[in-house]
Design a protein around this ligand. Structure first.
Ligand SMILES: NC(=O)c1ccc[n+]([C@@H]2O[C@H](COP(=O)([O-])OP(=O)(O)OC[C@H]3O[C@@H](n4cnc5c(N)ncnc54)[C@H](OP(=O)(O)O)[C@@H]3O)[C@@H](O)[C@H]2O)c1
Length: 299
């Protein structure tokens, strides 16, 4: 099944509150963009925080940096934090930051396990200093027969509110598709950026079919997009919907209503605030999205 985003889809998205009025002026005055998690209808702010390779060491300097980034996320209206049992000490750093700042109830915590292993789960809960996760994902799905039975069981027992799967490897997409179709998780997290749009062909349409929310991993291609535009000004035609390159790149993804949230990684509170700015103001329309692709293809 293929889903194409047409002008009518955008009009419907507007009516459903997915897009913000293009009459909006100052970005901070416009409403915060949220999306419904397909399986529950619960709305979450569309820009979150990724934590791969940014909070690896549980030391004073990292905790201070993480505190500033998480505070910037929350202050600017965001909630979603994505981490993993394998991201160095990130879970421990986040656990301490959330406990010290009293932020656990203000954030939506997503973590990942390498396998359906109870000991690994207990370790993540301990490190995150929480009894309940918002989203528990099976990291890097690579085999078609991988089961989410244990994850469903944990969800039923109240360990997590949602379950999901992740991958950022094109070669594993057939496995991701098979698991998505059979197990119908609440979320799929997949690599998707303006210069890496493979997920549009198979994963996004399938996610819509099985009503899974989509989180976009590596939305900046791990910083590749910023390197490609270094020294370049934001084009005039993009200034109506983006105040920065970060917002330009994120809004391309957010303009697809199948995307539930983007999770750019950052260790910089200023970058977090910039990223959160993509939750305000208009999104690019289909013509502008095509122009964004043409632009990035010339880089
Ligand atoms: N298989 C999986 O499940 C999987 C795999 C990979 C990633 N992920 C998830 O996806 C998240 C995002 O991926 P990623 O962190 O690898 O890459 P990314 O989000 O595509 O890019 C991160 C890079 O962009 C920079 N950056 C962020 N915001 C910026 C801004 N506003 N202006 C300028 N530079 C900015 C960061 O540097 P600064 O620190 O200086 O801001 C960092 O170098 C991860 O953190 C992780 O949570 C999941």
């Amino acid at each position: 099944m293929t889903i194409r985003i047409t002008r009518r889809d955008f009009a419907a998205a507007l009516a459903g509150g997915f897009l913000v009025s293009s009459k909006a002026t100052a970005q901070t005055e416009t409403p915060l963009l949220t999306r419904a998690i397909p399986g529950s209808g619960e709305r979450i702010p569309v820009v979150g925080l990724g934590t791969a390779a940014v909070f690896d060491e549980d030391d004073e300097t990292t905790r201070r940096k993480a505190d500033a980034v998480v505070q910037a996320l929350v202050k600017n209206g965001g909630r979603l934090i994505d981490t993993a049992s394998t991201y160095g000490d990130a879970e421990s750093v986040l656990g301490k930051v959330m406990a010290t700042a009293g932020l656990r109830d203000k954030v939506f915590i997503a973590t990942k396990l390498e396998s359906p292993d109870t000991e690994e789960l207990k370790r993540s809960l301990t490190r995150l200093k929480t009894e309940k996760l918002d989203l528990l994902q099976l990291h890097n799905v690579s085999k078609k027969q991988q089961s989410l039975e244990r994850f469903r069981d944990w969800k039923q027992r109240g360990v997590c509110r949602y379950i999901g799967i992740t991958s950022t490897f094109r070669g594993d997409y057939p496995a991701v598709e098979a698991v998505l179709k059979r197990e119908k998780p609440d979320f799929v997290q997949i690599d998707y950026s303006l210069d890496n749009r493979g997920a549009e062909k198979s994963i996004l349409p399938l996610a819509a079919e099985v009503r899974a929310g989509v989180l976009t991993a590596v939305p900046y291609g791990n910083g590749r997009l910023f390197r490609a535009v270094r020294g370049k000004e934001l084009p005039d035609w993009a200034r109506g919907f983006a105040n920065s390159w970060g917002q330009f790149f994120l809004k391309y993804l957010l303009a697809d209503p199948r995307v539930t949230a983007v999770i750019p990684g950052t260790a910089d509170a200023g970058h977090m605030a910039d990223n959160a700015g993509a939750m305000r103001g208009p999104l690019p329309d289909p013509d502008q999205r095509r122009r964004m692709i043409e632009f990035v293809e010339t880089l």
